[in-house]
Design a protein around this ligand. Structure first.
Ligand code: PLP
Length: 350
């Protein structure tokens, strides 16, 4: 703490990301990165961008990327926002769409960045408990609110909410924004982007960090009614009007255009997930139904923190959360078949 800090800095509780160990050779299954590389076409597009033109500012509107996203989803470019990772997109949404008198609602078990942004932007919030099966119960959100946000599929549970339930939520809350954070939707979920023309209160965010394997590039998107997008643009242009650099715009657009590679790598992750679930269940784990690139599992006879520490000793890192309700679970990212086997081998030795 320092006397030079603005007073509110003292009260911030920053997000703690999963560890990025400097050691090579670890089987790193703790931050939901994609085990396969980015599209070769995206890499080529980024390499082609590294030239004399870097002396020029990038396109402040990232038009090329917005067009690629609009084409991919069959929407208008005015319905698309892009930012430096979906965390930045979410930050602008909290700032621009959730600062109303009533509390923001989100599940008690969900992305731990949400409470961080609430503190940063002074947004009151209520955490709505998931049911006993760790599912979102739409009826529980029927209360006064200044907005609703949840990951779909949820993180860290991996459980998805169907579009029919999302529509019920949208209809029940016509006066506030419902933000569906689809960081993991490409691994077997169903996107709510198909509903944006019908519901002006729906905003859908996605990231290129997971299914498009570009976590290091920092690109995220949001799709929704042009009025919602305009709020995000107003915030962005009051904060940093050049958020995406030239390399990111080129790489992200090419990643959206390379549909074949994207579909093939998602399928490999999904197939591996089914194998990991089977392997974990054979070892006696209870695994929540996942449509993400990770699974959330607990063992009735083994303490999760002890298991995580034991795995670490064998060079396998998974994520363990201290939050009481989920303290007996491990969140395990799906890796390559070799990494998944290393995980199962290490667990069976424990
Ligand atoms: C990973 C993740 C994000 C953020 O991804 P970026 O890397 O910032 O694009 C957002 N929401 C959830 C639920 C995530 O798991």
């Amino acid at each position: 703490m320092s006397k030079f800090w603005s007073p509110f800095v003292k009260n911030l509780v920053p997000y703690v990301p999963g560890e990025q160990p400097k050691l090579a050779k670890l089987v790193k299954l703790n931050t939901n990165e994609n085990p396969y590389g980015p599209s070769p076409k995206a890499i080529a597009a980024m390499q082609a961008e590294v030239n004399d033109s870097l002396r020029l500012y990038p396109d402040p509107n990232s038009d090329r990327l917005k067009q690629a996203v609009a084409d991919y989803y069959g929407v208008q470019t005015a319905q698309v926002f892009v930012g430096n990772g979906s965390d930045e997109v979410l930050a602008h949404a909290f700032h621009g769409l959730f600062q109303h008198g009533q509390p923001l609602l989100f599940p008690d078990i969900s992305y731990s960045f949400y409470p961080v942004y609430c503190r940063l932007y002074g947004i009151a919030n209520e955490q709505v408990p998931l049911d006993e099966q760790f599912q979102i119960r739409v009826e529980d959100y029927a209360r006064p609110n200044g907005g609703i946000i949840f990951p779909n599929p949820n993180a860290p549970t991996g459980c998805a909410l169907g579009l029919e339930a999302i529509e019920r939520l949208l209809k029940a809350n016509p006066d506030t924004v419902v933000l569906v954070d689809e960081a993991y939707v490409d691994f077997g979920g169903e996107t709510a982007i198909s509903l944006v023309d019908k519901y002006p209160n729906l905003l859908v965010s996605q990231t290129l960090s997971k299914s498009r394997s570009l976590a290091g590039l920092r690109v995220g998107i949001a799709v929704g009614h042009p009025d919602l997008i305009e709020a995000l643009e107003r915030i962005k242009n009051s904060f940093n009007s050049y958020p995406l650099d030239r390399i990111a715009i080129a790489g992200a657009a090419a990643a959206f255009e390379d549909k074949a590679y994207f579909e093939q790598t998602c399928k490999r992750v999904i197939d591996s997930r089914e194998a990991v679930v089977a392997g974990l269940e054979k070892l006696g784990f209870e695994v929540l139904p996942s449509t993400a690139n990770f699974v959330f599992a607990r063992h009735p006879g083994k303490d999760a923190a002890t298991l995580a520490a034991g795995l670490r000793e064998q060079g396998v890192i998974v994520r363990h959360f201290k939050q009481q309700r989920i303290a007996q679970f491990l969140r395990i990212t799906i890796g390559t078949p070799e990494q998944n086997q290393a995980l199962l081998d290490a667990l069976s030795s424990l």
